[in-house]
Structures are given as structure tokens and as C-alpha cells.
Design a protein around this ligand. Structure first.
Ligand code: FES
Length: 166
């Protein structure tokens, strides 16, 4: 079923919460189950002057697999440049977690997609050049979010309220 690593990250997820005055914010919805995730990044620079993910936090009411995957992603990307962080795939995450049951693989996508959206948000707000791959992924993710919002309208509204602490 779930590996020990998945259980451990689910029970003690890293970097849960919200960054006040985040530099970039991402929101994604899973069209398969209707779960949503919000992710926040604080951007810094390394000694070469490259943008890095200085801090990262996430919030979700997704399942154990989504929570463990997001927790692992935050650990893998902290301190990385945008280019390095965007290269981290769902396979890297599931590999680091010791695998996920096949029916739960769609849950591991939320974290990488939310990261794409937070980086997209940062780049577009700061009028910086957006890599084509990030742009294309952003368009697809927004389509999927719209689909999820249409199909799971009430469910998503309740999740939003909960995540905003209302
Ligand atoms: Fe929705 Fe896992 S079932 S994220």
C-alpha cells in the first residue's frame, strides 16, 4: 500500500502553511478528484545572481498521497534555482517517497503543477521572461483548474473556505 516514507511525510508534512507576502502563488485543482492545492514561494538569489526558491509552503485538503508528495517536493526544491526546481518531476517525487500506488499517481502531480504556477506568477508579476514550457504548462493547468471548478464547484468552494481559515 503506502511506503513508510509516504506515511511519515503524511503524518509529519514539511512546510505546511502560507507565506505572508509570498513572491509567487500557485493554485491548482485535480480534475480527477476535485482536490485543490495552494503553494507559496519566497524568491531569493544565489551567489551567481540566479533566482532561487528561498522558502516554500503549501496548503491542501488532498489525500495522503498529495500531502506526502507536496511535503517531499518542498524538501527537494528549497534552495534550488527555478531551472533546477522545474526539472523535478512527479517520478522524482514518487521515487523519493519509495513509490505510490498506481491509483494515487495523479495525486503526486498537484505539487509539481502548483510549483509551476507559483513560478509563473512570480515571473509574470515581475515582467520577467517566461520559458515556453512554463507558459504551456500554465495554460494546461488553468484549463484543468477550470474543469475541476466546473465539475466540483461546491466541493471546491468548501475547500477554499477551509484553506483560508474562514
Ligand atoms: Fe485527490 Fe489524491 S485523491 S489528491
Amino acid at each position: 500500500m503506502y511506503s513508510e516514507k509516504v506515511i511519515e511525510h503524511f503524518q509529519h508534512p514539511r512546510n505546511v502553511g502560507e507565506i505572508e507576502k509570498a513572491d509567487g502563488r500557485g493554485k491548482v485543482g485535480n480534475p480527477i478528484c476535485g482536490d485543490i492545492m495552494k503553494l507559496y514561494i519566497k524568491v531569493g538569489e544565489n551567489e551567481k545572481g540566479e533566482k532561487i526558491i528561498e522558502d516554500i509552503k503549501f496548503k491542501t485538503l488532498g489525500c495522503a498521497a498529495a500531502i506526502a508528495s507536496s511535503s517531499m517536493l518542498t524538501e527537494l526544491v528549497k534552495g534550488k534555482t527555478f531551472t533546477e526546481a522545474l526539472k523535478i518531476s512527479k517520478n522524482d517525487i514518487t521515487g523519493s517517497l519509495g513509490g505510490l500506488p498506481t491509483i494515487k499517481l495523479h495525486c503526486s502531480v498537484l505539487a509539481t503543477e502548483a510549483l509551476n504556477e507559483a513560478i509563473y506568477d512570480y515571473l509574470s508579476k515581475n515582467k520577467l521572461s517566461i520559458p515556453e514550457e512554463v507558459q504551456k504548462k500554465h495554460e494546461r493547468i488553468q484549463e484543468e483548474l477550470k474543469k475541476a471548478e466546473k465539475q466540483y464547484k461546491e466541493f471546491i468552494r468548501v475547500q477554499e473556505k477551509f484553506l483560508e481559515g474562514k
